[in-house]
Design a protein around this ligand. Sequence first.
Ligand code: OOG
Ligand code: NI
Length: 458
Amino acid sequence: MTHRFTDPNAIRTRFSEAMSAMYRAEVPLYGDLLSIVAEVNAQVLADRPDLAAEMASADELDRLDVERHGAIRLGTAAELNMMRRAFAVMGMVPVGYYDLSVAGVPVHSTAFRPICDAALNANPFRVFTSLLRLELIEDEGLRAEADAILSTRQIFTDEAIHLIERDEAQGGLDVDDAERFVGELLETFRWHGDARVDAATYERLHGAHRLIADVVSFRGPHINHLTPRTLDIDAAQDAMQARGIDAKAVIEGPPPRAVPILLRQTSFKAIEEAVTFPGDQPGHHTARFGEIEQRGAALTPKGRALYDRLLATARGEQGAQGSSYADRLATAFAAFPDTVEALREQGLAWFRYELTDVGQRLVATGARPAGDIDAWVHAGYVRALPIVYEDFLPVSAAGIFQSNLGGTEQRSYAASAAQAAFEAALGDKVQDELALYAATETQSMKAVREALRGVAAA
Ligand code: OOG
Ligand code: NI
């Protein structure tokens, strides 16, 4: 019976395409970013056949052209809950918990994304999804007002909800329903320039925090950026500047490296858009921007701890005379091993193990080599490929948030992370991203051991 349902991977791809087309029409600069990234990626792959071959062997080449992430900010628990159900239709589940209050942004977040290898390679579309923390608004009156405003909005169309319920009841959607679902859900992410609140209320919300005004004042959680993945963010950043795009000065995340790790991101500043307040009163609002990113190896807890420590060192030495942030970052990260072998031997990154051609021929002869995975890697029977980081960086996310909120807004909330409250709103637990990477690594080791030992070894 299941054959009559549309593959969730296909629905996700359709949705990501529709979203990209919509955002391109709404924010034309995004189209420029897409062409810059396409040009840079083609050049990198032409210059580095080794990388092209490696990506092809990991089945990662095809996903590159469709790969992007977006971000939205929601106002209520009910919105987050329904959003989880909407993303589930497309095979996307909440992964990770990000507390942005430490950076003075009154939200906490998760990333909806596919989790299994096949789904990631089909299309790794992710949406960084934040929930406003009204309890962090100090002014009680304003808090109650924001709460009341949010309680009367419905960000999903009736038809979208109907199709989500049908998907849950049937275990899938047929082709026509899937197509309708994509169109209906797109409405939730669309920009609406007609504010639901009057100009005075907008100003008060804005005074509490620009982000509060962004979440509370409008009919829906407009998509605020869509980010393609580049293979060389430094080249893409130069190309942005060469075209006169107002890009941020600093690339967030680690410095340039031979073996990229985690995530590096840069963005162009948020654009100012015309809005209309009730009574045809004109105004403007700044929220939407453009971003590009380069993804590298996912780090183990040990690697992540080293990363955090070195980043803190680079950021902490503000006073260092005459040294730029880029210099401090490069100096600090000299202590982070930069070869695939060292990252693996020191347990800093996660790896996917697979048989090489030599290993495959060996298996075909029926030979059963002695030793363990390390020995097989050294003997050339097995190859270890870093697993791509599929998630986000809290510090980077906060940097991106802040730079697009006007830059100077530096506050911090005394609040602590509230993962339990977030999960209660979500109606589910978030997946632990480290456990997902660990499982991928373990699974690949098991497959390699089975092939080379010819038994289902542990
Ligand atoms: C989300 C910012 C986080 C990223 O790439 O780290 C993010 C937002 O501004 O709503 O998208
Ligand atoms: Ni982003």
